[in-house]
Design a binder for this molecule. Structure first.
Ligand SMILES: [Zn+2]
Length: 213
């Protein structure tokens, strides 16, 4: 355990970047902050400074792929279906997964999306996990707070990974790994060469990934 603590994540990233020597790709992102007078769970009070800081931290992870996320614009929008969202949140683990999924993805409006491009919707608190990517709406939805803490930039970086066509895999410390015994989400930051190639291909296409994950 001590061994791991002695090797901070930055060591891994710096080495990966030097090995690959890739040209940087900048991805513009539109951030949508959802507001709701009816649901405190949907109503996000996040500031632009907080958003910029979260992306700065996600960018330190994506540096190993020479991909940088850059804020294109920030829009404030009214969330849809607040009562349904609160119902799903109260049900917690008892919620039917298909029902939960459709409600969660109905909360964000799609009429101010950057299209083609990348869109991230922020709410106050997710109904499950920390964030989710939907290839059908080509949108990331993420909560400022998650069960067990506040936003974790590696969760943001992970969802952005899905928007670049990356699937889950079992690989220790990988950004796209699922739950791993004894490994904190913040320590899951690695990208392997295949993931880097795939992510860069989608990034260069100019549009968020739209296939099946
Ligand atoms: Zn995931």
């Amino acid at each position: 355990m001590l061994f791991l603590l002695l090797f901070p994540s930055t060591t891994v990233q710096a080495q990966d970047l030097t090995d690959l020597d890739l040209e940087e790709i900048v991805i513009p992102i539109r951030v949508h902050i959802l507001r709701s007078a009816e649901s405190s769970h949907l109503n996000c009070e996040c500031t632009k400074e907080e958003i910029v800081e979260w992306f700065d931290r996600a960018n330190t992870i994506w540096r190993s792929a020479a991909i940088r996320w850059e804020l294109e614009s920030l829009v404030y929008e009214e969330a849809n279906n607040p009562a349904e969202f609160d119902r799903i949140l109260e049900l917690g683990r008892d919620a039917d997964p298909a029902d939960r999924r459709s409600v969660v993805h109905s909360t964000y409006p799609l009429d101010q999306k950057l299209a083609p491009g990348w869109n991230i919707f922020f709410i106050n608190r997710m109904a499950f996990g920390g964030g989710v990517y939907n290839p059908e709406t080509k949108s990331v939805l993420i909560g400022k707070f998650r069960p067990g803490g506040d936003i974790n930039p590696s969760i943001l970086a992970h969802e952005l990974g899905h928007s670049l066509g990356l699937r889950h895999l079992r690989e220790q410390y990988n950004l796209m790994a699922g739950r791993q015994e004894g490994i904190e989400p913040k320590d899951k930051i690695r990208l392997n060469p295949e993931q880097i190639t795939r992510a860069r291909t989608i990034a260069e296409s100019g549009d968020s990934f739209g296939g099946s994950l």
